[in-house]
Write a protein that binds this ligand. Structure first.
Ligand code: FES
Length: 206
C-alpha cells in the first residue's frame, strides 16, 4: 500500500506542465503522463505518494488507477520513499555475466541492508533493475540520474563513499573507456587466422 504525503505541484512545475501538455494533440493530453510523473517524483524527494499520483490524474483528466498502473509498471518510478541516493543495479544478462551479483552483494554488505531497503542513515536505497541501456560497458549501476559503468565492487564502493561525503564521483566508465568504445586488446589473441596458412612452406598439402 502506498504511503501518503501531502502534494501540490510547485509554481515552477506548473509552468513546465503547461508546456509539456501543449506538445500533444488536443484530447491526447494523457500522453503526458510519463513526464508529469517524473516532475512529481522529482518534487516529492524521489518517490510518488498517492497524492502526487492523484494530482497528475486530475491535471490529465485520467482515472487515478490508470496513472497508478503506469507508475507501478516502470522501475524509474518509486511508490515508496527512497534514500538520498537510489542505487539501481542492472541485473540483465550482459551485466550479470560481468558480475552484477557481486555489485549487489557488496552494496548489501556495506550498507547492512537487503534489496529494496534503505540504509539507516537515509543515504542509500538499493534495488535491482533490468537493462539500463549501456550494456557494452557492463556491469552498470544507475544512482539517481547518473550511470556508473565498467564497475567492480571496489570502484562502486569508492563511488558510494564519495557520494556519502558530498563529493561528485566521475560518472560513466570507471576504467577510462571513451563512451562505449572497444577496450585495447592484445591482437595476438584475437587476430583472424592467416588465410594463406595452408600455402606456407611446411604447411602445404601434398
Ligand atoms: S544489461 Fe546492464 S545495461 Fe544492459
Amino acid at each position: 500500500m502506498m504511503e501518503t504525503k501531502k502534494f501540490e505541484f510547485s509554481a515552477e512545475h506548473k509552468g513546465k506542465i503547461e508546456k509539456i501538455i501543449q506538445k500533444y494533440p488536443a484530447g491526447r493530453q494523457a500522453s503526458a503522463v510519463l513526464p508529469l510523473l517524473d516532475l512529481a517524483q522529482r518534487q516529492a524527494d524521489g518517490w510518488l505518494p498517492a497524492e502526487a499520483i492523484e494530482a497528475v490524474a486530475k491535471i490529465l483528466n485520467m482515472p487515478p488507477m490508470r496513472v497508478y498502473e503506469v507508475a507501478s509498471f516502470y522501475s524509474m518510478f518509486n511508490l515508496k520513499s527512497v534514500g538520498k541516493f537510489h542505487i539501481q543495479v542492472c541485473r540483465t544478462t550482459p551485466c550479470w555475466l560481468r558480475g552484477s551479483d557481486e555489485l549487489t552483494n557488496s552494496c548489501q554488505k556495506k550498507l547492512g541492508i537487503s534489496k529494496g531497503q534503505t540504509s539507516k542513515d537515509g543515504n542509500f536505497t538499493l534495488n535491482e533493475v533490468e537493462c539500463l541501456g549501456a550494456c557494452a560497458n557492463a556491469p552498470v549501476v544507475q544512482i539517481n540520474d547518473d550511470l556508473y559503468e565498467d564497475l567492480t565492487p571496489e570502484s562502486l564502493m569508492k563511488v558510494m563513499d564519495q557520494l556519502a561525503v558530498g563529493q561528485k564521483p566521475k560518472i560513466g566508465s570507471q576504467i577510462g573507456r571513451q563512451g562505449s568504445a572497444p577496450l585495447a586488446v592484445d591482437d595476438s589473441k584475437t587476430a583472424l587466422p592467416d588465410p594463406l596458412f595452408n600455402l606456407k612452406p611446411g604447411h602445404q598439402n601434398s
